[in-house]
Design a protein around this ligand. Structure first.
Ligand SMILES: [Zn+2]
Length: 454
């Protein structure tokens, strides 16, 4: 008997967490934190698992919505075994330590959630086991209930460094969790590897399930358009602000910009980066011969860049044309990209280029959808501000589009697909499309607290 219980991040892109009872062995897939909620609201509903078998938690990658609540999960269930890839473990050490001070600032005193400490993170990281891609290992149930040893392997998901799809096998029964997956090459990261075999059950992410592939040009074509627009801004003496996620989007964009400059397509311009994103670049560099990589010789350490945390007056960024890569990717209030955006909006010659998904509730979305000359509020409570700078939207996605997601279903011929990590429209489209193209396949839309049993 296999039971799947969505604990978080089912019908939305939120705090991903799924409990799998695999013939008596309890495996948790991911322990995410909701990126736009605060306090206890941002955690998966761990209470749903209190009477279930709990043996191991497997982490697909180090984005906050997949790993952010791991310290709280381990506080609650300290005996859980934690396993991920070596790269995700290395990145998690940076990002979880980084979250300590963010949580201290964010959590209100009366919130039942308390910030964790640097000591707790040190202990947690030391206890995380790591396995390379496609290396089999076993997760056994407590006292080996029902003899249910589950064979586990991680599959390169092509999303960010260290990202993995997770394959669970017990005799003939198989389950594959895609995590976040990209079926095409990016600038640094190679396309995902998917097990080429029949799999009973696939938990499929649907982030870009609602987007028409035609609205997402190939990476290279989009890079050309990016270079062209950047050159126009640079020529008129402006600076370009690009909000990025510290893990993934930052590295892919920096490598894309470097390549365009090397080829002479993009004017050589000062590049500014900073903070945790720079540290993550060193993890990318150290792993360049260990994992699949588009260009193993490329090193972020060789890309000339200045640190915006080291300049005294941010106005310096406008003194001569420059490109600034700042987090957060959705310009969440209080972050560097949010603070910079407030200055950017007033600069007629300059531009904000958005390069990825923006949740409709975020300041990033308000900026991405604004027109030059109109007045916008970055948050519900901020003063209206005129948009004087140029705004341009580019599509460099780290997720599979519809065709890539359908390709996963075609390759794994599953009996059952469980749709996760997408808004209702995306899940709807994917569900209909799978039923139409693969008749006989059962499709479930995951719902928090609702067990799927077979
Ligand atoms: Zn992700």
């Amino acid at each position: 008997m296999i039971r799947i219980l969505p604990v978080g991040g089912a019908g939305e892109i939120g705090a991903s967490c799924f409990h799998i009872d695999f013939h008596g062995t309890g495996i948790i897939l991911d322990a995410g934190m909701h990126p736009r909620k605060k306090g206890i609201e941002s955690l998966p509903n761990f209470g749903l698992m209190k009477d279930l078998p709990l043996d191991a938690v497997l982490i697909s990658h180090a984005h906050e919505d997949h790993i952010g609540s791991l310290p709280y999960l381990i506080q609650r269930f300290p005996y859980l075994r934690v396993v991920t890839t070596p790269q995700t473990r290395a990145i998690a050490e940076l990002t979880l330590h980084n979250s300590v001070s963010i949580l201290q600032d964010e959590l209100k005193e009366d919130d039942p959630l308390k910030p964790y400490t640097h000591d707790e993170i040190d202990l947690l990281i030391q206890s995380i086991e790591y396995r390379s891609y496609e290396e089999q290992f076993i997760v056994s149930g407590y006292e080996n209930r029902n003899n249910a040893d589950v064979n586990v392997s991680f599959w390169d998901a092509g999303h960010v460094l260290g990202s993995a799809g997770i394959l669970l096998e017990h005799h003939e029964r198989t389950l594959f969790y895609t995590g976040d997956v990209k079926m095409r090459n990016q600038s640094v990261t190679c396309a995902a590897r998917i097990p080429q075999r029949h799999i009973d059950t696939v938990l499929l992410e649907c982030t870009q399930g609602a987007a028409e592939p035609s609205t997402f040009p190939e990476w290279e074509r989009e890079a050309q358009r990016f270079a062209q627009r950047s050159n126009e801004i640079i020529e008129q003496g402006g600076s370009i602000l690009i909000p990025v996620f510290a893990l993934g989007k930052m590295q892919e964009m920096l490598a894309t910009i470097w390549e365009l400059m090397e080829k002479g397509v993009l004017a050589k311009t000062d590049i500014y980066t900073g903070g945790i994103a720079r540290k993550i670049c060193t993890v990318y560099d150290r792993n360049r011969y260990v994992v699949r990589r588009m260009n193993k010789e490329f090193e972020f350490a060789n890309v000339e860049q200045s640190d915006f945390f080291e300049i005294e007056n941010l106005q310096e960024l406008f003194r001569r044309p420059s490109i600034i890569l700042a987090t957060s990717g959705m310009m969440i209030e209080g972050t560097m990209s949010f603070r910079l955006a407030q200055r950017w909006l007033a600069q007629k010659q300059s531009a904000i280029f958005t390069v990825g998904y923006m949740d409709p509730s975020t300041p990033g979305h308000r900026i991405a959808t604004a027109q030059q000359g109109e007045e916008i509020r970055l948050t519900d409570f901020s003063e209206p501000q005129e948009v004087r700078c140029s705004i341009e939207r580019f599509h460099f996605t780290a997720h599979s589009m519809r065709d890539g997601l359908m390709e996963i279903v075609r390759r794994t011929t599953p009996n059952r697909v469980i749709l996760v990590h997408g808004d209702p429209e995306a899940i709807d489209w994917m569900g209909h499309s799978i039923l139409k193209n693969f008749p006989g396949t059962k499709v479930h839309a995951a719902e928090i607290g609702r067990t799927i049993e077979f």
